[in-house]
Design a protein around this ligand. Sequence first.
Ligand SMILES: Cc1ncc(COP(=O)(O)O)c(C=O)c1O
Length: 479
Amino acid sequence: MNVLLSASRLRELLGELSFDGPAYRELSDRIRLLILDGRLSHGTRLPSERELCIALGLSRTTVSRVYAELRDSGFLESRRGSGSVIRVPYVASSTSALIAHDTGETSVSLTYAASAAPAGIGRAFSAAMHGLPALLTTTGYLPDGLPVLRERIAAHYAARGLPTTAEQIIVTSGAMGALSLIARTLLTRGDRVIVESPGYPHAFDALSSVGARLSALPVGETPWAVQPLRAILRSGPHRAAYLIPDFHNPTGALMTDAERESIAGLLRRAHVTPVIDETMSGVNLDGVPMPLPFAAYDNRAVTVGSAAKTFWGGLRIGWIRAPRELVMPLIQARMSSDLGSAAFEQLVVAEILASPDEIIADALKSLRRQRAHLRAAIARELPDFELSVSPGGMSLWVTLPRRISTALVAEAARHELILTPGPRFFAHHRAAGERHLRLPYTHTTDMLDEAVSRLAAAYEQKSAHSRPHRVSGAIDLIA
Ligand SMILES: Cc1ncc(COP(=O)(O)O)c(C=O)c1O
């Protein structure tokens, strides 16, 4: 049975209804964008043309053309009796706004907050070759992880002030592998889970995919205000809280020790398990003193880490630091998925962690330079944009002067600049995301210049029509 999307929900997802060109073209572009960035999934049934006409206040001709465009480009299948159902065509799925590589020679994608590998990673691969003969004498199945890697990850926590044994570490396929394993092990359908909003969209998806219901904790101007958390906890029982305290994605904020202590206390008293994503914790660009890991304030916390950000995403190595009683249930649950992570890459990460300082310094130096460059370029070319100030992370969180994120991203795509629309980072109340854009600074400075000039062109195009054309009644905007 296909999930039905209501006309009012689609209206909300489409963002501001002001159009520069033919309305049918903008609307079909925006629906394609929603499909490509994962907000509308394969198999979702769109509302009938008649319902959408009423919700948007547009003519039947326009809405029929929107659906016809989507059908022609392979994004929609309409069958008599079963309505119009979303399809994600094969080619399009590799150009998703959130997961895109550069979609062509001339296009630029700012959808990843991830860098190319620093030089030292290649050397670590070579050094790991020495350990390979011994590894090859084993089966290579490592459901809990390579012992030497587990030891080094544990030592890394101890060095950060959180005593940890290797038995508490499970190596996973990236932080995403860790999150989906935790979701499958900890949650049952209908469980309520607190998530930050804005937050990391793939984590929302991992939690929702096991049937969790997400409660959105607003973070932003005053990150981690405790009052809204209290209100959520009072609203009913919650099973877990997924938080990114270290250089939060997308805002870059860093949770203070005092906030950690009070949030941990509230969650403990409400019997809510903290799931703490520390994927970004190494990206301390300004070298600020780091608070203790969240688990130091609550030993029930299940912590997720990754080699992706300070080392390289292509390693696909992450890990879970779990309380002892959860280790075996997690390992058991993974048996139905991947049976362990790639053995050689674990050896490589063990090699890196033996002396990581130079690689990290190298990665942070480039990121600092790129961050300064992107900030300056935006201040120069897009002075209306307000930028987040944070001591770390890999992206700027932009506040736009108007609610135009989706429309701007659709326009940017016409300039071959691929971005993730702000609403994608919001768990609920996605309209709030229309004031935001996440701009990673993980490309070279030349590429960032190119991205900013395309974004400025797209913004200018949108601003030329700055008074939102609020459509009402059955007006056909292409007439
Ligand atoms: C907060 C957060 N969690 C998880 C991930 C995914 O990490 P990995 O590549 O290790 O799966 C990312 C990647 O951007 C992230 O920012």
